[in-house]
Design a protein around this ligand. Structure first.
Ligand code: HPA
Length: 272
């Protein structure tokens, strides 16, 4: 199936992307920056799960950023939508088959660490998988990666350093933190957030981790960027709603676009 998707995409464009970007809830604007753009709705790609979440466009965009050939996923499949771990990571597997060796995963996340601010950007330094499943469970394809892959640097240290340099140059503040992935779709309880804080999480969300595991398995070097769309449950004396999450995404959209535009060329340079 992955090879059918690859053949389908390659038959529609001469572009051969080496960098992939996954855009999270409300963060879809970056794709508009690409030149010589081809947009392919997920529904036209064999095996690709449709994205049902509000704020997710559901298309693959290929294009150029300067000389770089880039593949952007605007919208992803989440486990909370009922997709299997294999479906939730299908897009990243396809990007890998297209030749993507560098990946930027973005997401909307709740801030657990009280030093984080709503609207802030955070480089993911590591994750805690609380989703109760692993996308690598089941038969292993040895051609893609090892049975028991190391996960000690899922989020490239070199990329984080590059990202900090680029952010400083642009005057964009970035923090760094550990992302805990929950299944969702309900937001967490305050007790769950206290527990996540105790085990070392700075951020909480419902995506990214399956994709990052699969990318690491394939040897794709990855940067993760969370946009803090709200403070997590119980951190502030107020309720969380999806509108707030989308609203904050819209607030930081321009900053994130500016950041990604400057970042991608320097990640391509740093990729090793
Ligand atoms: N919890 C889980 N996922 C999220 C949150 C949150 O508070 N905000 C955005 N995605």
């Amino acid at each position: 199936m992955i090879l059918d998707a690859k053949a389908c995409i390659e038959s529609r464009t001469a572009l051969r992307p080496t960098i992939g970007v996954v855009l999270g809830s409300g963060l879809g604007a970056f794709a508009d920056e690409l030149a010589a753009r081809l947009e392919i709705p997920y529904s036209e790609i064999p095996g690709w799960p449709a994205s049902t979440a509000v704020g997710h466009a559901g298309k693959l965009i290929l294009g150029k950023l300067g000389r770089l050939e880039v593949a952007v996923m605007a919208g992803r499949a989440h486990l909370y939508e009922g997709y299997s771990p294999a479906q939730a990571t299908y897009g990243v597997r396809v990007l890998g088959s297209l030749g993507v060796r560098t990946l930027v995963l973005t997401n909307a996340a709740g801030g657990i660490n009280p030093s984080l601010k709503r609207g802030g950007l955070v480089l993911i330094s590591d994750h805690i998988n609380m989703q109760g499943c692993n996308p690598l469970a089941g038969p292993n394809d040895d051609a893609l990666g090892p049975r028991f892959p190391d996960m000690s640097e899922v989020y490239s240290r070199a990329f984080r350093e590059k990202a900090k340099q680029v952010a400083a140059r642009l005057g964009i503040q970035v923090a760094e933190g550990i992302y805990a992935a929950m299944l969702g779709p309900s937001y967490e309880t305050p007790a769950e957030i206290r527990y996540l804080r105790t085990i070392g999480a700075d951020l909480v969300g419902m995506s990214t981790v399956p994709e990052a595991i699969v990318a690491s398995h394939m040897g794709i070097e990855t940067l993760g960027i969370s946009c803090v769309t709200n403070m997590a449950a119980g951190i502030l004396p107020r309720k969380i709603n999806h509108e707030e999450v989308l609203e904050t995404g819209a607030m930081v959209r321009d900053t994130l676009v500016k950041f990604l535009k400057a970042l991608l060329p320097s990640l391509a340079e740093a990729a090793g």
